[in-house]
Ligand binder design. Structure first.
Ligand SMILES: *[C@@H]1O[C@H](CO)[C@@H](O)[C@H](O)[C@H]1NC(C)=O
Ligand SMILES: *[C@@H]1O[C@H](CO)[C@@H](O)[C@H](O)[C@H]1NC(C)=O
Ligand SMILES: *[C@@H]1O[C@H](CO)[C@@H](O)[C@H](O)[C@H]1NC(C)=O
Ligand SMILES: *[C@@H]1O[C@H](CO)[C@@H](O)[C@H](O)[C@H]1NC(C)=O
Length: 244
């Protein structure tokens, strides 16, 4: 086989392995002014499928979290799209995309807003296993966030460094069984309340970064398997798990 043919086969198989995922968000679920879930993790090329299930709504892109004004050149579904679906394909490879319902006072008065956290196509490969670990006193629980060790040091000195530049993803994890079997997941709100006095993700992440112990990648930690990452990237569990 010629080198070009081999290269073609390698490239073709690489492309085939990146499969776009569909992330469904219910708009107006239970006839309430809400997006469920209001936050999803999605990679470039993935589809965020807004399913209009109740009430009168639309989905409009905003420039920042909680902003109730349409962003210039942002996307817009129109009122209750005829098929009951508005499917948005993620066209960026990093950052955040914010949206809201632009009908009546749904955004201003009911906080009908949400966001897309753009992740890599290959979470396990992308998430460098550098963590900040936090063990509450008198507890067997262990919580951590994936973060950039250098940025952690910068943030500790200068709190104006944006948190999104410090963490690799805006989520809190816990290890089960003292971390012995390498299984990780998302802690419940109750567990966070008990350990941190709050279940607000942003506040908990700040406490972990401030007080936790930094573990660099490839030191003392096995990289979690892709299966673990699929589990922790479970959106229905990670719901509400953001927003800066
Ligand atoms: C809200 O979004 C509009 C439109 O993109 C922008 O002009 C405005 O500055 C934003 N407001 C805030 C507080 O970010
Ligand atoms: C949008 O995506 C959903 C879920 O995959 C699918 O059922 C629906 O047919 C799609 N609608 C359009 C208009 O593409
Ligand atoms: C919307 O958010 C504001 C500010 O966080 C809060 O005061 C208010 O209670 C929220 N409203 C609803 C309906 O959740
Ligand atoms: C995600 O979490 C929910 C609730 O814990 C569970 O019912 C569902 O099976 C999980 N999905 C995956 C793909 O793990």
């Amino acid at each position: 086989m010629s080198r070009a043919v081999v290269l073609f086969i390698i490239l073709a198989s690489l492309t085939a392995s990146v499969i776009a995922e569909v992330h469904v968000i219910s708009v107006g679920q239970d006839n309430k002014n809400q997006f469920v879930p209001n936050t999803v993790n999605a990679a470039k090329g993935d589809v965020v499928a807004f399913n209009f299930v109740g009430g009168q709504h639309d989905v409009v892109q905003a420039s920042s979290y909680g902003n109730c004004s349409k962003m210039a050149n942002g996307f817009e579904s129109g009122l209750n799209p005829s098929s009951n679906w508005y499917n948005y394909t993620v066209d960026k490879s990093s950052g955040r995309i914010w949206f809201f319902c632009n009908v009546f006072i749904h955004c201003k008065n009911f906080n009908m807003t949400g966001g897309i956290i753009i992740t890599s196509n290959a979470p396990a490969a992308h998430l460098d296993d550098s963590r900040v670990l936090f063990k509450p006193k008198n507890s067997r629980d262990e919580f951590f966030v994936y973060a950039d060790p250098d940025m952690v040091q910068q943030w500790r000195k200068d709190k104006t460094v944006p948190l999104v530049n410090v963490v690799q993803c805006f989520e809190i994890f816990e290890t089960y069984n003292g971390g012995k079997d390498g299984i990780i997941g998302h802690p419940s709100k109750q567990k966070l309340e008990n350990a941190f006095g709050t279940s607000d993700n942003q506040e908990v992440i700040q406490q972990i970064i401030q007080e936790g112990v930094v573990h660099n990648a490839h030191k003392g930690h096995e990289r979690p398997t892709l299966k673990d990452h699929k589990a922790v990237m479970n959106e229905s569990r990670g719901r509400g798990a953001t927003t800066n």
